[in-house]
Ligand binder design. Structure first.
Ligand code: MLT
Length: 405
């Protein structure tokens, strides 16, 4: 008889954003005609910029000719894109990364979720609490998380690093050993960013413990403060202990296009094995590459026009973030994030449980948010807003919230 992976049976309920969708669908059925404003899932809303559209149109035309047709591409990404990534995102910033250290993929969600494949099931994993649920759920799927305790909301084998207002949402380095450490800065969900001194402590820890930092920097493009590093590789020693995940999703509106990349330096050697080679083995076995047309679109982001255009869009979202921050503060809420990130993390009024406040905002203000506790027990009493909406709707949502509070 076939047997399934029992770890899947241990997973609690559904994926966070599916639960929210179910709640919203139920509300809409009961209240047809109510105009909901979405500030829940971090999905972009501005259309693709003209330079990307132009490049993708050209690529479609090319694909319609014998000379320009592309079948399977290199699994790791076309050289034209890997070279642009290396040059613009690293070398120009003084970071020496080689093109064969870059793996183009269909998303940072997939890569942060899949990277565990090449590490032993015995590894001790450390995650922030609250945390992007993909890191936790995928470790649970691969048997690294132990068992789930409904009461605490924690998995028995994971090391949770509490992010609280008291520690500025930057958890201290654990006093025990962790093999794999997931860090996300600028952070999802808290919207807080980490400076160089803080990240240096992690790099020193990882080197001394022989651990690997899995650094999700999908939101680096929202950084506005010069003291905040955009890449873990800006930190000395990081190439020996870190993997970096980046994405075009939030940078260039590619959530529906799917294009991201992961950087694994050759210097990262664990247990005598080069992590880059192992990931290459996995990637070439399980993945057939991002479509040529999409990679041409991503490449256009690095042109002069592309840069100008995407910066405008980022400015637009950051302006929304400012409106949300200011409005929520006016409504009497304590707010965090939103300066170097598209997420605003707010304390609920009178310590109201996250889901109760989520329901209240949905029912009374008709605004969809994400309950902080959905990201982990330490998110209880918080709510997350995203700045990816339309500017007018964002203003209206904030006005509605001010009114009900
Ligand atoms: C979020 O809302 O946390 C993001 O949309 C997650 C993601 O990028 O997958």
């Amino acid at each position: 008889m076939a047997k399934i992976n029992e770890n899947y049976l241990k997973l609690p309920g559904s994926y966070l954003f599916s639960v929210i969708n179910q709640k919203v669908d139920a509300f809409t059925k009961k209240n047809p005609g109510k105009e909901l404003i979405r500030m829940g899932i971090g999905d972009v809303t501005r259309p693709l910029v003209p330079s990307v559209i132009g490049a993708m149109k050209d690529a479609v035309e090319e694909m319609g000719t014998f000379e320009g047709f592309h079948g399977y591409g290199p699994e790791q990404g076309y050289d034209f894109l890997r070279d642009l990534i290396v040059e613009n995102d690293y070398r120009k910033k003084g970071i020496d990364i080689q093109a064969d250290e870059v793996f183009v993929s269909d998303g940072a969600k997939s890569d942060t979720g899949n990277i565990g494949d090449i590490f032993s099931a015995d590894n001790k994993v450390a995650v922030c609490d609250p945390v992007y649920p993909v890191y936790v759920d995928t470790n649970a799927m691969s048997g690294r998380a132990g068992s789930y305790d409904k009461e605490s909301g924690h998995w028995s084998e994971l090391i949770y690093m509490e992010c609280s207002a008291e520690n500025g949402f930057l958890p201290p380095i654990p006093d025990k050993h962790a093999d794999l450490i997931y860090l996300c800065f600028p952070n999802n969900p808290t919207g807080m960013a980490a400076d160089r001194d803080y990240l240096k402590k992690w790099v020193d820890y990882a080197i001394s413990e022989g651990s690997v930092i899995l650094f999700d920097s999908a939101y680096e493009t929202f950084i506005t403060q010069p003291e905040i590093p955009h890449s873990i590789f800006e930190i000395e020693g990081a190439k020996k202990c870190a993997v970096e995940f980046r994405s075009f999703s939030k940078t260039a509106g590619f959530t529906g296009n799917r294009c991201a990349y992961t950087v694994i330096p050759h210097e990262l050697v664990i247990d005598g094995a080069r992590v880059n080679s192992l990931w290459n083995r996995r990637h070439t076995t399980k993945f057939n590459g991002v479509p040529y047309i999409v990679q041409r679109g991503a490449a256009a982001v690095y042109g002069e026009q592309g840069q100008r255009e995407i910066k405008e869009v980022i400015k637009y979202y950051l302006n929304n973030a400012e409106i949300i921050r200011g409005g929520l503060a006016k409504a009497g809420l304590t707010v965090y994030g939103g300066v170097n990130a598209p997420y605003i993390w707010a304390k609920t009024p009178d310590n109201m449980p996250s889901w109760d406040f989520f329901d209240r905002l949905l029912e009374e203000a008709n605004v969809i948010t994400t309950p902080g506790v959905g990201f982990g027990p330490s998110g209880e009493g918080y709510i997350r807003f995203t700045a990816f909406g339309d500017a007018d709707k964002t203003k209206e949502a904030v006005e509605r919230i001010i009114k009900i509070l």
